[in-house]
Design a binder for this molecule. Sequence first.
Ligand SMILES: Nc1ncnc2c1ncn2[C@@H]1O[C@H](COP(=O)(O)OP(=O)(O)OP(=O)(O)O)[C@@H](O)[C@H]1O
Ligand SMILES: [Mg+2]
Length: 251
Amino acid sequence: MSATIISMVNHKGGVGKTTSTLNLGKALSLQKKKVLIIDLDPQSNLSQSTGIEEPEKNIYHALCEGAELPTLNLSTNFDLVPADLDLSEAELRLQSDVNGYFILKKILKSASEKYDFILIDCPPSLGILTLNALIASHRVIVVVQSEYLAVKGLQTIFNLIEKLKENLNTDLDILGMLITQINRTVFRTSIANTVREIYQGKVFETMIRANITLAEASASGKDIFSFDATCAGAKDYQDLAKEVIKLMKVK
Ligand SMILES: Nc1ncnc2c1ncn2[C@@H]1O[C@H](COP(=O)(O)OP(=O)(O)OP(=O)(O)O)[C@@H](O)[C@H]1O
Ligand SMILES: [Mg+2]
């Protein structure tokens, strides 16, 4: 077994990267896939969303001190590598290391044998942490909020991915763009349609509806399936997991 490693990316903040990492990860585990989610954001929202605060060992120690990758079991087939604010220091340390862009790729090699999917929650920037994630990944999910200006700036991500593909990670591909926080207003629907028109064939069929229960679940340190398995958010992430599995089988 060798995991498919997927980065959840957008340098725009607050678009749903963390919510999607947690709930897509959990949904994949419920589809009997072995899943590891990695918190690669110094804000450590992913760790907090699973109820973990100030973990003793976190990704910083693996990236900068050569420690073993610290994995915590969350539920059946579902593990987390936590982060905390230490990780903001990692950016400087990695920048001054000649191999600083490749460390995550290196440390995921052995973990990769234990999982079907590894999802990496990236910070809202295209700095060295996100570059580590993209260099370690096979696929990218670009998370896009159905909001004004959502489309602007996306080209920056595509250009970066193209550049990485030329040289540093020829295996990298976009798995899909994920539209989040959709609702029935004409405004949000038209933004979703615009994204589909511009990026034909690259946008997931599944869209994540705006659903306050998703925010409530994260705030109480739970994934959506443990918090309220019947809500719209749970249904959407379950559909997304099925779509991801289908896409990976085809490719
Ligand atoms: N589909 C949704 N419906 C309602 N609220 C949502 C939805 N998805 C995410 N949220 C809420 O929106 C906020 C931002 O989401 P999230 O933290 O996942 O974004 P992010 O892209 O990871 O942000 P950052 O760039 O700061 O890391 C959170 O409060 C989250 O609970
Ligand atoms: Mg986040």
